[in-house]
Design a protein around this ligand. Structure first.
Ligand code: WT7
Length: 650
């Protein structure tokens, strides 16, 4: 039995959120069970600023979703930036909203709620002058600068729909997203900076736009001052456009609750990335609720989530959740290892961070450097430590708990997804006893169900199965942009009446949940979600490759590594590794790389031509003695050749 860690005294003391003990947790969960709609209606009215308050909660369900998206609070009207900015300007104008820490230690600045509000209004006015209207799509391709958050909020202010594309994506990947959502405007910067290295953001945008003519304007924030290519009548400097003007119309555009707030592209097991759509009211309600509940937010907290705004974590827990709660949120431009492995702890000491949220991959990378870089700094301000993005192994958890947390912080291992909008399974910092490696218990309003894939039946009690969620919550994505059928197919058709997460999961004797990882063909490399199908499409686009199958394998730091089995066109057996990785980089981005290549004479296929990936996964994991039944293969001899090839490669 895994050890149960009780909530440390100083985390239990002084909490001001409603859930402060396990009996509170049970009470609040039961309130939801008894009246789910009243629960969320009360929550949204309490935590958001409404122009017209809603009277309805959830409409629709996981059956009616086939015909139309379900909705939350549909008869309400609001603008999310009033909840994130205006009301805080009235009550706490001089509180720091954003602490920005630049790439070089100590380089940075802070914005108060008053300053952030003013900058968002200026940017909103600039977007309006550039012809952006409510409902128009805007791509944001930036690094971790405060202007990225300003850009997101400025879109929200005028009802425009933002789609942030992570700055590591290639020009091809960026162009696909621009085309898919039909963006009118792109916001970018001259260069990004990360770990002392420049990232050519504007040049990549120029490349992407060379083959598409949807985009009318490009707004460019100057970060490093390097000279960049310029297209007259299209490109506009941020510092020239985002200024006070006489025509400044910065008032909020009120929209209905279900107006799209943003589109975020994410990888699935098949085809191209899909643009998940999150809508205004439900998303903000849920991110605000989960942010203050899970982290036990207190008025004086300095909260630091070191994710990137290009992923859902940055949207929900750097920008929207914290700002809706009037918190101080830190944005970090650099990496955990720049200039050395003490960077996070230097950050914590200088800014007196009390809540720190990172990913298991960073914890593992830092643990490899030992305790000395941590012990150099005074990190006694820490109270709650969060992790997200992939399963955390108990060793990494215990290192985080004892070396960083000094046994006096609670660890919140938060399970959720781009699709869920916010945290679904996690400890409540002030209440839930933890176990190393478990995301613990569902938040109030979340109903996990474990399904036996063989029988399609629900498994009760301690069990293992496919993780599904039974009832909608306000933060759930509503559709896939432009393809509702794909949304239904991907999430609601495997187990009718349930939302299928794509994760495997175990529930122990105490009802605690242990996520075991994806059961589909989605890779999670250093917390970056990528589809095996995207790698395969890139590899076969290279003339050297006839066929390719890509699988994940366990990797000590990255969680998963990428293993590619390739059938080459020439039979000299030499894999042109650098050339193929360059092709992958061009198609996907700098964060995508194959770790291991194996040249094979053929792929193991069934008689109907389907690649049996199960076999390849076992080979990649080095478990060639446990291949299972291979009798349905068209040609069993390729398996022996693949096993032999893998053995000589090791
Ligand atoms: C997938 C979602 C959630 C924001 C960042 C990733 C995995 C996420 C955990 C966790 C085990 C986790 C799952 C999930 N995952 N958090 N605490 N424990 N696995 O969002 O890119 O949409 O990826 O990340 O496999 O399905 P994402």
């Amino acid at each position: 039995m895994a050890k149960l860690y009780s909530v440390p005294q100083r985390v239990r003391d002084g909490g001001q959120q409603p859930i402060r003990s396990m009996s509170d947790y049970t009470d609040v969960s039961n309130q939801w069970v008894e009246h789910p709609n009243d629960f969320w209606l009360a929550e949204t009215k309490k935590s958001l600023s409404w122009e017209d308050e809603p009277s309805v909660g959830l409409e629709g369900d996981y059956h009616t979703v086939c015909h139309e998206p379900f909705s939350w609070f549909a008869d309400g009207r609001l603008n999310v930036t009033e909840s994130c900015l205006d009301r805080h300007v009235r009550s706490q104008p001089d509180k720091t909203a954003i602490i920005w820490e630049g790439d070089e230690p100590g380089d940075g600045r802070t914005l108060t709620y008053r300053e952030l509000h003013a900058e968002v209004c200026r940017a909103a006015a600039a977007l309006r002058r550039l012809g952006v209207c409510s409902g128009d799509r805007v791509i944001i391709y930036m690094g971790m600068v405060p202007e990225a958050a300003v850009a997101m909020l400025a879109c929200a202010r005028i009802g425009a729909v933002h789609s942030v594309v992570f700055g590591g994506f290639s020009s091809e990947a960026l162009r696909d997203r621009i085309d898919d959502c039909g963006a009118k405007l792109v916001i970018t910067q001259d260069q990004g900076l990360r770990g002392g290295r420049p990232i050519p953001l504007k040049a990549t945008v120029d490349d992407a736009l060379a083959k598409t003519d949807l985009v009318q304007s490009v707004l460019v924030y100057r970060r490093t001052g390097i000279e960049v290519g310029w297209v007259d009548n299209r490109d506009v400097w941020w510092h020239e456009a985002v200024v006070d003007g006489t025509d400044m119309v910065s008032g909020p555009e009120y929209v209905h609750s279900e107006h799209p707030l943003f589109i975020l592209y994410t990888s699935g097991s098949t085809g191209r990335p899909k643009g998940l759509v999150h809508t205004c009211a439900g998303y903000l309600t849920y991110t605000a609720y989960t942010h203050r509940t899970v982290f036990d937010l207190r008025p004086d907290d300095v909260y630091a989530c070191v994710a990137d705004v290009g992923w859902i974590t940055g949207h929900s827990y750097i920008v929207y959740g914290p700002l809706a709660n009037g918190a101080t949120s830190l944005m970090f431009e650099s990496t955990p290892l720049y200039p050395d492995a003490g960077r996070y702890w230097d950050l914590v000491e200088r800014h007196k961070v009390s809540i720190f949220y990172t990913a298991p991959t960073a914890i593992r990378a830092l643990a490899a450097h030992g305790e000395e870089p941590v012990d150099k700094y005074d990190i006694s301000s820490l109270r709650v430590l969060g992790t997200v993005g992939e399963p955390i192994n108990p060793d990494a958890w215990e290192w985080y708990y004892s070396v960083v947390g000094k046994n006096r912080c609670n660890i919140v291992d938060t399970w959720w997804q781009t699709e869920t909008g916010g945290i679904c399974i996690a400890p409540v910092a002030s209440a839930t006893p933890t176990k190393a490696g478990s995301a613990t218990l569902p938040l109030p309003g979340i109903r996990p169900v474990l399904i036996d894939p063989a029988t399609q039946k629900t498994r009760a009690g301690p069990a293992q199965g496919h993780l599904c969620l039974e009832h909608s919550w306000p933060g759930q994505a509503r559709t896939v942009w432009g393809d509702h059928a794909r949304f239904v197919q991907t999430y609601f058709s495997t187990y009718p009446g349930l939302y299928f997460t794509g994760d495997g999961c175990r529930r122990d004797d105490d009802g605690y949940y242990w996520i075991t990882g994806r059961i589909d063909d989605v890779l999670n490399v250093s917390g970056h979600r990528m589809g095996t199908a995207e790698f395969e499409a890139a590899l076969v686009s290279n003339d050297a490759v006839a066929e390719a199958a890509v699988v994940g394998y366990p990797h000590a730091i990255k969680g998963q590594g990428v293993y590619a089995f390739v059938v080459l066109n020439s039979n000299n057996g030499n894999v042109p590794i650098d050339q193929l990785n360059q092709t992958v980089r061009t198609a996907i981005g700098a964060h995508a790389r194959v770790d291991r290549f194996q040249s094979v004479p053929g792929l193991p296929k069934t008689r109907s031509g389907k690649v049996m990936r199960r076999i390849l996964r076992k080979v990649a994991e080095g478990q060639t003695d446990a291949l299972g039944d291979i009798s349905t293969l068209a040609d069993q001899s390729v398996v022996a050749a693949i096993i032999q090839g893998a053995a000589t490669q090791r």
